[in-house]
Design a protein around this ligand. Structure first.
Ligand code: NAP
Ligand code: ZN
Length: 351
């Protein structure tokens, strides 16, 4: 199988900064689509992976799983898209396609392990997969999404992770007209959760530690903002919410949020991975049939459903466009929660 060498940005270790490197992409096989990457969103997971926060990062690591671009080549068997079309790739580039999860369009829960867009096991070239901080990517058409033509391309990129990661739990827990939804943390995922829940007809409240984000949250569509370290404000929303989407990336106390759930309400963790501290108090859960749950991105069919919904409702991300060379500063700003509300890399800067 032939290969081609493309420019990318990656890091050689958890403590290095990201720099220009060369990586390999495979030549298209029968079902592959080659995409020239035009924009790539910057997810907090990119930073977690670059710095090995979760363990298991393989180096060099090239992050990026909010990819939009233009089709430059297709394999003989490809029917989904043609050369010149816009195309998108999210967090998944492969899965077994045969297990019970894959058969239910839940590729993210593939029982044999999904292949992540970066830091996954590359079945074609060996080694690890490399993400969207690069000129091109080659992906099986099953894992390539169609982009609604009315949406701004750069602002669509974050839908591929921040969008689907918040869409999937909102749908799974049946959010709709009249639902009372709260979102914890106003970053990339949080701002998409507000827009999508609002689009579904819910009443939406933001929990934030950052009072200066209040005005933005209301402009994004939130009906109310609760400053999470203000006890009076927290007490005022006791027992209110049907669903809470918690996007906080680091360990934090979830107990105060559980008291704001209604009877049978669910708090869905999508941000932090790991053991909770302080420990979870089961008393309010048992006395109110409340759940604490988790959720991982979304399947391919569901991602297309979310993109089509965003096309119909004109929903995109609020973005700040950066050059590839500005990625290390962008990570530092992300660590200070100073993102309004997603960085998107203009890949032309890598040329
Ligand atoms: P982000 O843009 O950095 O936003 C996170 C927000 O959380 C911040 O803006 C801040 O909001 C709040 N926050 C940050 N640190 C906090 C702390 N120590 N305590 C309390 N609140 C804090 O990050 P993101 O890209 O939205 O990603 C959020 C998390 O989701 C990351 O851990 C990422 O890896 C994970 N993720 C998970 C999935 C999945 O499938 N489950 C998919 C994508 C990403 P305020 O200033 O409003 O408090
Ligand atoms: Zn992500």
């Amino acid at each position: 199988m032939g290969t081609n060498i493309v420019k990318a940005y990656g890091t050689q270790s958890a403590t290095d900064s990201l720099k220009e490197i060369n990586i390999q992409r495979r030549e298209v096989t029968a079902n592959d689509i080659e995409i020239e990457i035009l924009y790539c969103g910057v997810c907090h997971s990119d930073l977690h992976t670059a710095r090995n926060d979760w363990g298991g990062s393989v180096y060099p690591a090239v992050p990026g799983h909010e990819i939009v671009g233009k089709v430059t080549k297709v394999g003989a068997g490809v029917t989904k898209l043609k050369v010149g079309d816009h195309a998108a790739v999210g967090c998944l580039v492969d899965s077994c396609r045969t297990c019970a999860s894959c058969k239910e369009d839940l590729e993210q829960y593939c029982l044999n392990g999904f292949v992540g867009t970066y830091n996954g096991k590359d079945k074609h070239l060996g080694g690890q997969t490399f993400g969207g901080y690069s000129e091109k990517v080659v992906v099986d058409e099953h894992f390539v999404l169609k982009v609604p033509s009315n949406l701004d391309l750069a602002a669509t990129a974050p839908l591929l992770c921040a969008g689907i990661t918040t869409w999937s739990p909102l749908r799974h827990w049946n959010v709709g007209k009249g639902s009372k939804v709260a979102v914890v943390g106003l970053g990339g995922l949080g701002h998409m959760a507000i827009k999508l829940a609002k689009g579904m007809g819910a009443e939406v409240t933001l929990f934030s530690r950052t009072p200066s984000k209040t005005k933005d949250a209301l402009a994004l569509g939130a009906d109310a903002v609760v400053i999470s370290n203000d006890e009076d404000q927290m007490a005022a929303v006791k027992g209110k919410f049907d669903v809470i989407i918690d996007t906080v990336p680091y360990v934090h106390d979830v107990n105060p949020y559980i008291t704001t759930l209604n009877i049978s309400g669910t708090l869905v963790l999508v941000g932090y991975l790991g053991g909770l501290e302080p420990i979870l108090n089961t008393v309010p859960m048992i006395l109110g049939r409340k759940s604490v749950a988790g959720s991982l991105i979304g399947g391919i069919a569901e991602t297309q459903e979310m993109l089509d919904f965003c096309g119909e409702h004109n929903i995109v991300s609020e973005i700040e466009i950066i050059k590839m060379q500005e990625i290390n500063e962008a990570y530092e700003r992300m660590l200070k929660s100073d993102v309004r509300y997603r960085f998107v890399i203009d890949m032309a800067s890598l040329k």
